[in-house]
Design a protein around this ligand. Structure first.
Ligand code: GUN
Length: 292
C-alpha cells in the first residue's frame, strides 16, 4: 500500500504558485488578491478560513478577511458581494459556508460574479465544468483530480464508485471522473442513502471516493484487493487525549482498509490540504484573468 501524501503535494504546488506570482510581479503585474467573507464564529469555519489566509501568504497573494456577526442581514451580505464584484483590486472571493439559516446560500452564491467565484459554486462554473469548458473547478474535486494526476494513478476505464452526492464533492467529482480526460475516463457509479447493494457495488470498484461524512463507513469487506481509496471525510470525533478535545476521522476504516488497497489518502493530510491549494490555484487563474 502507498500512502497518498496530500500535504507534500500541496506544499509543492504552493511553491510552484509562489514562483509564478514572483514572476508576475517581476513583469509588473499585480499580486493576486483573494477576499474571504466569514459570518459568525463556527469553529470549523474559523479554522478553514485561517488556513486559507495562511495559504495566501505562502503563495505570495494579498488576502482580505471580511467578518460579520451571525445576525448580519442577507441584504448587507449582498451589498458587500456587490462591492467585491466591482472592486478591481479583488481578483476572487469566497463566502465561507455554512451561513446562518436566515440567509439563502443559493442567493448568495448566485450574487457572486462567476469570474470571481474561485470556489466554483456559481451555476455558470458548475455548468461549464459539466460540459468541459474552462471554469473555476470547486476545490475538493479539483484537489482529488490533482492527487490522481501527480501519483500517475491510471483512471481510464476504471470502475470508480463515488459515495455521496453533495453539490460540493460527490456530484462534481463524479462529473470530472467520467469526463474524457486524464485523470478521468472512468466508469462512474454514484451511491447515496437510497442505494441498494452498496457493499457489493463498492467491492467491484477499482477506485472508491468516499464523501458522505460518516466516520469509518468504508470497511475492509467493501474493498477489492488493490483498490485505490480516496477519503474525503473530515468528521470531528471526541478525543480526550487531544488538547482540542477532538480529532478528525475520515469516512474510511483506515487501519483495516490500508492493508488491502494499493493507494490510500490519510485523514488528516490527504485530500484536506489539496482543497485549500485548489482554491489557491483558482485565485492564481483569477489574478491572470484566465476565466472570463
Ligand atoms: N465550507 C466547507 N467547504 C467550503 C468551501 O470549499 N468553500 C466555502 N466557501 N465554504 C466551505
Amino acid at each position: 500500500m502507498q500512502l497518498i501524501d496530500g500535504k507534500k503535494i500541496a506544499d509543492d504546488i504552493k511553491q510552484e504558485i509562489a514562483a509564478e506570482v514572483e514572476q508576475m510581479v517581476a513583469n509588473g503585474q499585480k499580486r493576486p488578491h483573494l477576499a474571504a467573507i466569514l459570518v459568525g464564529h463556527d469553529g470549523g469555519s474559523e479554522t478553514y478560513v485561517a488556513h486559507k489566509v495562511k495559504a495566501c501568504e505562502q503563495c505570495g497573494f494579498k488576502s482580505t478577511l471580511i467578518r460579520f456577526e451571525d445576525d448580519v442581514t442577507e441584504a448587507a451580505l449582498l451589498e458587500t458581494i456587490e462591492k467585491l464584484n466591482n472592486d478591481t483590486d479583488i481578483d476572487g472571493f469566497i463566502v465561507q459556508l455554512p451561513l446562518p439559516r436566515h440567509i439563502s446560500e443559493q442567493k448568495i452564491i448566485e450574487a457572486i460574479d462567476y469570474r470571481k467565484d474561485v470556489d466554483g459554486f456559481h451555476p455558470i462554473n458548475v455548468g461549464r465544468m459539466s460540459i468541459g469548458l474552462p471554469c473555476f473547478l470547486s476545490a475538493t474535486p479539483a484537489g482529488i483530480m490533482e492527487l490522481l494526476a501527480r501519483y500517475n494513478i491510471p483512471t481510464k476505464g476504471a470502475n470508480c464508485v463515488v459515495l455521496g452526492r453533495s453539490n460540493i464533492v460527490g456530484k462534481p467529482v463524479s462529473t470530472l471522473m467520467m469526463q474524457k480526460s486524464n485523470p478521468g475516463d472512468a466508469t462512474v457509479t454514484v451511491c447515496h442513502s437510497a442505494t441498494k447493494n452498496l457493499k457489493e457495488i463498492c467491492a467491484q470498484a477499482d477506485i472508491i471516493i468516499a464523501a458522505l461524512g460518516s466516520p469509518g463507513f468504508v470497511t475492509a469487506d467493501m474493498v477489492k484487493p488493490g483498490a485505490i481509496i480516496i477519503d474525503v471525510g473530515t468528521t470531528r470525533v471526541p478525543d480526550a487525549t487531544r488538547k482540542s478535545g477532538f480529532r478528525l476521522r475520515g469516512d474510511v476504516d483506515f487501519e483495516n482498509v490500508a492493508e488491502k488497497c494499493s493507494y490510500i489518502t490519510p485523514v488528516p493530510g490527504g485530500v484536506g490540504p489539496m482543497t485549500i491549494v485548489s482554491l489557491m490555484k483558482n485565485t492564481l487563474l483569477a489574478g491572470q484573468h484566465k476565466i472570463y
